[in-house]
Design a protein around this ligand. Structure first.
Ligand SMILES: C[S@@+](CC[C@H](N)C(=O)[O-])C[C@H]1O[C@@H](n2cnc3c(N)ncnc32)[C@H](O)[C@@H]1O
Length: 270
């Protein structure tokens, strides 16, 4: 087999590197591009004019989409600043299934004084066809003992939803990674494994392939490895590439902290 591109993160520009990947070979594009908020990633990718940023976004979307299998999916991290424009771009090419709000659980201290403090990221979930891969059972959240006990009346006995857990819904409250968090690497916008692993488990079959054009600290590659999927991707900054290699070489990649099952409000079906 000559899949020299599989399970590799190439330290190069994603637009150039995509040529390495055969068309129709990717199950899931899961990507977290620069948001164009002026961050310093050791390159100018987050500091473009609005026109250049949107043009560049359209270019990489058009270069990446042919790599997807027909039943593949795409998740894209954004913020409110450019999600309206970029969602429209994607809606012309795919079907939008969800807007997921990632509540970063920012503590209520200080913040903006002339507007409301922004405490969430906006994630778009897109598919190509009706028969897209989606394994809800892999990402259900178990009910806590209290809820199960409260639903112990005979009408609930044998209720599948009570046993298998509930749909994570489209509002995900997961703390951002603090400096002292065991998962934390030296990257300014590293995403929590808990979020990325949920997307991989739901939208990439076991042994499938996940593509991330903007790997950063390599969270997508780590999540794919930990869940038995393959990965491929790119990162422009050589210092971040070194972090990715270190993280991938760790024998034990720290697991996300266990999540306490929450008691869902008014939820009876998935
Ligand atoms: C938002 S960060 C990704 C963070 C990542 N999800 C994580 O958990 O660490 C975006 C990354 O894209 C990289 N980048 C920007 N332009 C790029 C390009 N043309 N090709 C490849 N990587 C690029 C930046 O250097 C930055 O590390």
């Amino acid at each position: 087999m000559t899949d020299t591109w599989l399970n590799q993160v190439f330290c190069e520009d994603a637009l150039a590197g995509l040529a390495r990947i055969p068309d129709g070979s990717i199950d899931l594009i899961l990507t977290d591009p620069p948001y164009n908020l002026g961050k310093d990633y050791g390159n100018a990718s987050d500091q473009q004019t609005v026109d250049d940023y949107l043009l560049w976004t359209e270019q990489w979307i058009d270069a990446a989409l042919p790599k997807l299998k027909p039943n593949g999916s795409l998740y894209i991290f954004l913020t409110w600043r450019f999600s309206p424009e970029i969602f429209v771009m994607l809606k012309k090419r795919m079907t939008m299934m969800n807007e997921i709000i990632w509540d970063r659980r920012v503590p209520s201290m200080g913040g903006s004084v002339r507007s409301y403090s922004s405490v969430h990221d906006t994630i778009g979930f897109f598919v190509r066809r009706k028969d897209y891969y989606f394994d809800l059972d892999a990402v259900r959240i178990p009910y806590d003992a209290e809820t199960k006990k409260a639903r112990s009346r005979s009408i609930f006995i044998g209720a599948k939803w009570l046993e298998v857990g509930y749909n994570p819904k489209d509002l995900w409250s997961v703390s951002r990674l603090h400096r002292e968090h065991p998962e934390r690497a030296d990257h300014p916008t590293q995403k929590p494994l808990e979020i990325i692993e949920r997307m991989v488990k739901a939208s990439c079959p076991p042994d499938g392939v996940v593509l991330d054009l903007f790997m950063g600290s390599g969270t997508t590659a780590i999540a794919a490895k930990r869940t038995g999927r393959n990965y491929v991707g790119f990162e422009l900054n050589p210092e971040y590439c070194a972090i990715i290699n270190e993280r991938l070489a760790m024998p034990e990649i720290p697991a996300p902290p266990p999540k306490k099952p929450k008691k869902p409000r008014n939820s009876v079906t998935s």
